[in-house]
Design a protein around this ligand. Structure first.
Ligand code: DHB
Ligand code: FE
Length: 284
């Protein structure tokens, strides 16, 4: 583990994630109408689960009040997106994936920023002139379920830097760093030069970090690339790619790894790595 002068502050990451979530919501059009019956059904099931846990674990009044205080702190620390994406989103994704074919999905997480600049199929992600980290060339092709190249495919890609920080969510990282929308060529191919991200640590100084510490859980996610792969006439896939042999691969705090989503990078050039991944999209 490396130590740096930058701490993964809750104020810097959790709060910006809340802001980004709100901004994304206000851009949404036509939020789905949810019936009273559906709300009652799901809310009752959630409450049944909480009641069952209280009975099974014989939760005391002291613990109930401490939980209330902690929930207040999560809101005031603006960490709800962070907390829900770490502990809950993987199950929402699992349910969504039940009828999804092609490349496996994974969680979106709190750090996607829409509307990044479009980049050509052979490209280098925006990065600082002295960007630290092992150079990574990430190549591959977007195909349909029959193996045909997909025309018009785009890869919205974002990832942490060599210290585990995301641009837009850490004050010292320039906006747009290590983010972009790569437009694949006529054969659905791409060749992206970037750096290998470091494992990501959930901010440890806010209420989410307090829970992790109090429960004796570690705050780490394995190194990963985030991707939304899309093409006209095809169902978009939100996913993540991990690195063979990396720390926390078998013990992701967000439970978002899948065996199909692990890259096996090989040495490339002087001191770099090259990894290939072919995405498969379903037609709609
Ligand atoms: C969180 C961070 C991530 O990078 C991710 O992929 C998922 C969740 C989080 O801090 O909640
Ligand atoms: Fe992430």
């Amino acid at each position: 583990m490396t130590t740096t002068e930058h701490s993964p502050t809750a104020a810097g990451a959790g709060a910006s994630a809340t802001q980004a979530f709100r901004a994304g919501r206000s851009a949404d059009t036509g939020a789905p109408e949810v019936s009273a019956e559906r709300i009652s059904d799901v809310a009752s099931a959630v409450l049944d689960g909480v009641h069952a846990a209280i009975r099974a674990k014989k939760v005391t009044y002291g613990e109930f009040q401490a939980a209330k205080q902690w929930l207040i702190d999560v809101g005031e620390g603006r960490e709800w997106p962070l907390l829900l994406d770490v502990f809950v989103e993987h199950v929402v994704e699992e349910v969504a994936a039940e009828d999804q074919h092609g490349t496996k999905g994974s969680i979106l997480g709190p750090y996607h920023l829409p509307g990044q600049p479009k980049l050509p199929s052979e490209t280098t992600l925006p990065m600082r002139p002295d960007e630290k980290g092992v150079p990574l060339m990430f190549t591959g092709q977007v195909r349909d379920v029959d193996g045909n190249p997909v025309v018009g495919a785009e890869l919205d890609i974002w990832h942490a830097d060599d210290e585990g920080y995301y641009s837009g969510f850490a004050a010292h990282v320039p906006d747009g760093n290590l983010r972009g929308v790569v437009v694949c060529d006529g054969q659905g191919r791409f060749e992206i030069s970037t750096i290998k991200p470091a494992p990501y640590q959930i901010p440890t100084d806010g209420p989410t970090g307090k829970l992790l510490e109090a429960a004796g859980w570690h705050p780490w996610r394995p190194a990963h690339l985030h991707l939304i792969v899309s093409a006209p006439g095809h169902r978009p896939i939100t996913t993540q790619l991990f690195f063979e042999g990396g720390d926390w691969l078998k013990d992701d705090v967000a439970h978002a790894t899948k065996p199909d989503l692990v890259l096996d990078p090989q040495p490339h050039g002087d001191n770099g790595l090259r990894a290939e991944y072919n995405f498969v999209l379903e037609r709609i």
